[in-house]
Design a protein around this ligand. Structure first.
Ligand code: T1G
Length: 690
């Protein structure tokens, strides 16, 4: 019988089957919770029902609380009240899991007496990725099933475990045959009845806690081991504290209250608002505004030109998902070197157990090396990743245009060049676009998909879909200087360099950025990447501090000296030599150095970045403020718990941002003149992220 729009109750044999179908992921929305509660009460009241089975249709078991309903009026029953109903059931309750039982979904399954899952299912508590913790007893029940050590890892990483692993750790009791969940779950529920199995309440189990009880240091050991990973985040620590409570003298229901109080604190904190913003922003970025009937072009074979660091990494992305790649180089030596590095990367991954050893050869067999550009005649997409010089790229695209089949897409991996200047040398500018990967290209998630004024919607829509296929987060950008990410990076770099000349030491600048949450500061990053990347000695002799350091052979970590000096373990210490170069160059520029506060460093760098992001939006280079946030979080290490530069600006309040920029412009020049978009938004009382 239909209980509500998303829930039905049927009786099959002696089993009352509660079926939920609430696309896209059966999130535990108001309607779902209400439907399950009503269906459950009807099942319990039915004498013909001996046991209750809870199962979902569609792609997955409940994938958690409905994040889109956070902060909105909650219907009865709450998730916790629904859990009480099931946990105190007088009849056995069995949860049948497929897809991803996550967050509140797994927490609901944990109050069932038994759990059955198909082998492809996954179980996890990913709340920490939203800046939260499992707020429906997950921190109290999971350790009672899998033990404290495993629970600590699961709740602080947010990563799910496979059904097989879940069976091994006791998180599920039975595996169903793939594709046969309903039938196998009914049979299992019937067996539970026939065998008169006990009504096992997870909350009553304590045996799995004994190991940690004998080793109370486990919590601080875990904190120390993960300090770097958790730095700046609130939620991991709060998750650990809740797991610690399972070993306290608190009665279970008091521990639930403690968990709830910490959950409420996290929910109210800007860190969780930021991470929930990022969750939806990532999904929004994948949506491109093209006519509904836009055909996605087939991409079954790819060509990559250049087997260097970028080209090799790019090629791996496609081989990883079974798409054959033709990799072109100019010399056999360069090609062999590139293929050798790719193989070595795969072997290293396999050695770490992150891929099967036999997959190394499988993936290598998908990458065909050649010296002949003509071998790209039949590919659907070519990605050029050669030296960042316009005439070199133009020559390649002229030749490509004559070789590639009609309708083949031609992409450049350029970071800064104007793609119109590249497309313009071909007879197919509408099939030319930018695919800006980030190094290492086989690891970094961000892919800037850059469309020119001529790029067809079908072409960039295909590229955006391809981004998802190869496991990237694609962000559609317009063809402006530095697109989105590098343009904001240029704004940050300009302020960092200026501050170092005006009196702030590079280490002071780096510390402000590190304390803000970046993994490392601007000058440390430069030393890591290499000061000589893109260095054109002839063109820029002694033009700035960076070039002077290069001319001194101080290229950064690789020469054990750049802005910092490095010991044999690459530990950095501020370099007096670099300081001398900075002071000397400042003097030559007629700059009188002065004391500069951390607050000035913070404001000049961060508000310059926000202002550049506003200009990017105002020029239509980015479609959404949240796209800018995603670019800087996934590509440049903006701390996720601060939501991205535009979210962070909204958090400050745009009126504050506007005033700051005006004050900075008055003190440091027109470069800080506020973007007109900020003025318009403030006048309208709006923020960047509507
Ligand atoms: N609530 C609302 N909408 C959700 C959702 C959720 N939990 N999960 C996904 N969606 C939407 C998503 O926005 C997208 O919408 C569509 O579903 C497909 O998602 C009390 C408080 C389940 C692995 O954190 O990890 O429970 O863009 O593109 O790649 O302790 O979605 O189509 O309009 O990601 O196949 C805990 C989050 C919540 C799980 C599927 N649960 N979701 O991945 O599809 S907090 C989570 C995911 C909680 C309790 C606490 C993934 C997925 P649209 P998708 P996918």
């Amino acid at each position: 019988m239909k209980v509500n729009d998303v829930t039905t109750l049927s009786v099959e044999g002696r089993i009352g089957v509660i079926t939920v179908n609430s696309p896209p992921v059966n999130a535990l929305s108001n309607a779902v919770r209400q439907g399950v509660a009503h269906a459950f009460e009807a099942a319990i009241a039915d004498d013909a029902v001996g046991a209750v089975l809870v199962i979902c249709e569609g792609r997955t078991f409940f994938a958690g609380a409905d994040i889109s309903e956070f902060g909105k009026p909650q219907w009865e029953p709450s998730l916790r009240d629904l859990q009480k109903l099931l946990e105190n059931s007088p009849k056995p309750v069995i949860a049948a899991i497929h897809g991803t039982a996550l967050g509140g979904g797994l927490e609901l399954a944990l109050v069932a007496h038994y759990r059955i899952a198909v082998p492809s299912a996954k179980c996890g508590l990913p709340e920490v990725k939203l800046g939260l913790l499992p707020g429906a007893g997950g921190t109290q029940r999971l350790p009672r099933v899998v033990g404290v050590a495993k629970a600590l890892e699961m709740v602080t990483s947010g990563e799910p475990v496979s059904a097989k692993a879940a069976l091994a750790m006791g998180l599920v009791d039975e595996l169903a045959a793939e594709g046969n969940l309903r039938a196998d779950a009914l049979a299992f529920a019937t067996r539970v009845l026939d065998e008169n199995r006990p009504l096992v309440k997870v909350r009553d189990k304590t045996d799995k806690l004994e190991e940690a009880r004998a080793n109370p240091a486990i919590f601080d050991d875990f904190r120390r081991a993960n300090a770097k990973r958790f730095r700046g985040f609130l939620a991991p620590e709060y998750n650990i504290r809740c797991i610690e409570a399972t070993l306290s003298d608190l009665p279970f229901d008091e521990a639930l209250k403690y968990e709830r109080s910490l959950f409420d604190q996290l929910m109210a904190d800007s860190q969780s608002a930021a991470q929930r913003h990022v969750f939806f922003a990532e999904r929004q970025a994948a949506k491109v505004d093209v006519p509904a009937d836009t055909a996605i072009l087939p991409v079954s074979r790819v060509g990559v030109i250049g087997a260097g660091t970028m080209g090799g990494g790019i090629a791996m992305n496609f081989a990883n998902v079974g798409i054959p790649v033709t990799l072109v180089e100019t010399t056999q030596e360069a090609l062999d070197r590139g293929l050798g590095i790719i193989r070595k990367n795969y072997e290293t991954t396999a050695a770490k157990g992150k891929m099967k050893a036999e997959d190394v050869d499988t993936r290598m067999s998908l990458i065909h090396g050649t010296l002949a550009l003509e071998d790209l005649a039949q590919v659907d997409l070519v990605i050029e990743a050669v030296f960042e010089q316009l005439d070199v790229k133009q020559d390649i695209f002229r030749r490509l245009d004559a070789i590639a089949k009609p309708g083949a897409m031609l992409a450049t991996n350029t970071s800064y060049l104007d793609i119109d200047d590249i497309a313009g040398v071909t007879g197919r500018p509408e099939y030319v676009l930018g695919l800006h990967f980030f190094s290492p290209a086989n690891v970094m998630k961000l892919l800037e998909v850059v469309r020119t004024k001529d790029t067809l919607p079908a072409v960039y829509a295909t590229a955006m879909k391809l981004a998802k296929t190869i496991g990237k987060i694609g962000v559609l950008c317009g063809n402006g200087f530095g697109f989105v990410g590098n343009r904001i990076l240029a704004a940050r770099n300009a302020q960092a360099d200026a501050l170092a000349l005006e009196g702030a030491t590079p280490w002071a600048v780096d510390k402000v950025l590190y304390d803000f949450g970046f993994a490392m500061g601007h000058f440390q990053m430069r030393d890591l990447v290499g000061l000589d990347v893109g260095w054109n000695r002839a063109a820029t002799a002694s033009a700035n501090v960076r070039e002077i350091l290069n001319e001194m052979g101080r290229h950064g970590q690789k020469t054990r000296g750049g802005y910092y000096d490095y010991d044999e373990k690459r530990n950095a210490t501020p370099s007096p030599i670099a300081m001398e170069v900075i002071e000397g160059f400042a003097a030559k520029q007629g700059i009188t150095r002065r004391e500069i506060s951390d607050e000035e460093i913070h404001d000049r760098i961060l508000f310059a970045m926000v202002n550049e992001g506003a200009k990017i939006l105002d020029e239509g280079i980015a479609a959404r403020a949240s796209d800018v946030d995603i670019v800087w979080i996934t590509g440049y290490g903006w701390p996720k718990y601060r939501g991205g530069p535009m979210f962070w600006a909204d958090l400050q309040g745009l009126p504050v941002v506007l005033e700051k920029l005006r004050a900075l412009a008055a003190a440091h020049g027109a470069g800080f003149a506020p973007s007109p978009l900020i003025e318009r938004l403030v006048a309208a009382g709006k923020g960047f992220n509507a």
